[in-house]
Design a protein around this ligand. Structure first.
Ligand SMILES: Nc1ncnc2c1ncn2[C@@H]1O[C@H](COP(=O)(O)OP(=O)(O)O)[C@@H](O)[C@H]1O
Ligand SMILES: [Mg+2]
Length: 257
């Protein structure tokens, strides 16, 4: 299968080419198209930075990166990439429905019927049917993150970048959204890069889990989770194989910190 992402010797830092801060160094990473990749790593190791380069929000200092067989810039111009952050900001004065339609410029262009239908469809898919006219402050934290996901999916992105999207949620809500995300991933075939602090979440969601080490950021561990999972990437959180994989990830993470 083709790769959605390929990096070779990728160097990334801040402050230009003479950068004092080098965050990622010589990163070689292939991500299979349609796969679900979880990314773990100590705080500050460059997880968000990696997503920023993929999303064309930051230029690399060296090496190469190809996204969907193209440059990050071309992919962003085509709106083939969606982004969900931990504290995805919704516009407080816009309704839920308008927040979902935001990427397409609410109030600037007249929306086509199909986009209107699609935003309602996405709200339904995310369990928010009937919430379209509410304002963000009338939603729970979990519901707000669902709106952010619906918004990221509006353009039918081939690639979805998620940076600790459920980090601020309680565990029950997080588990529920994890299951919804897996269902959604199977339905859409979107490639997902999912950054999390939670080893359990990374292991439960990912077909593959990588651990990045810090200073400078590099690949410290790479586990294929598919042998431990059923059809559709399903598994039980208590499955001994999953628990063993989590222990391995924990060790790698401790060493990487
Ligand atoms: N805009 C920036 N300017 C300078 N340094 C930054 C900037 N953003 C992040 N960094 C630094 O880059 C490193 C990696 O940050 P980040 O990718 O956010 O880490 P992570 O997401 O893994 O916690 C950190 O040391 C951080 O301080
Ligand atoms: Mg981060």
């Amino acid at each position: 299968m083709a790769n959605a992402i390929e990096t070779r010797g990728l160097d990334v830092g801040y402050g230009g080419r003479q950068a004092a801060v080098k965050v990622l160094s010589g990163l070689d990473l292939n991500v299979e198209a349609g796969s679900f990749l979880s990314i773990l790593g100590p705080s500050g190791c460059g997880k968000s930075t990696l997503l920023r380069v993929v999303a064309d929000l930051l230029d690399p200092l060296g090496g190469t990166i190809s996204v969907l067989g193209d440059t990050p810039h071309a992919v962003r111009s085509r709106r083939d990439v969606g982004f969900v952050f931990q504290d995805s900001t919704l516009l407080p004065w816009r309704t839920v429905r308008d927040n979902v339609r935001l990427p397409l410029g609410v109030g600037q262009v007249s929306l086509t019927r199909s986009i209107e239908d699609r935003s309602d469809e996405l709200l339904e898919l995310m369990g928010l049917a009937g919430f379209g006219e509410r304002l963000p402050h009338q939603l729970s934290g979990g519901q707000r993150q669902r709106v952010a996901i619906a918004r990221a999916l509006l353009g039918q992105p081939k690639l979805l970048l998620m940076d600790e999207p459920f980090g601020a949620l309680d565990e029950i809500t997080r588990d529920r959204l994890n299951d919804e995300l897996l269902t959604l991933w199977r339905r859409t075939g979107t490639t997902i890069l999912f950054v999390t602090h939670s080893i359990a979440e990374a292991a439960y969601l990912g077909e593959r889990v990588i651990v990045l080490a810090a200073n400078p950021g590099r690949l410290a561990k790479d586990i294929d989770m598919r042998p431990f999972k059923q059809d559709g990437n399903r598994c039980s959180r208590e499955d001994p194989a999953i628990v063993a994989a989590m222990a391995e990830l924990r060790t790698a993470l401790e060493r990487a910190s």
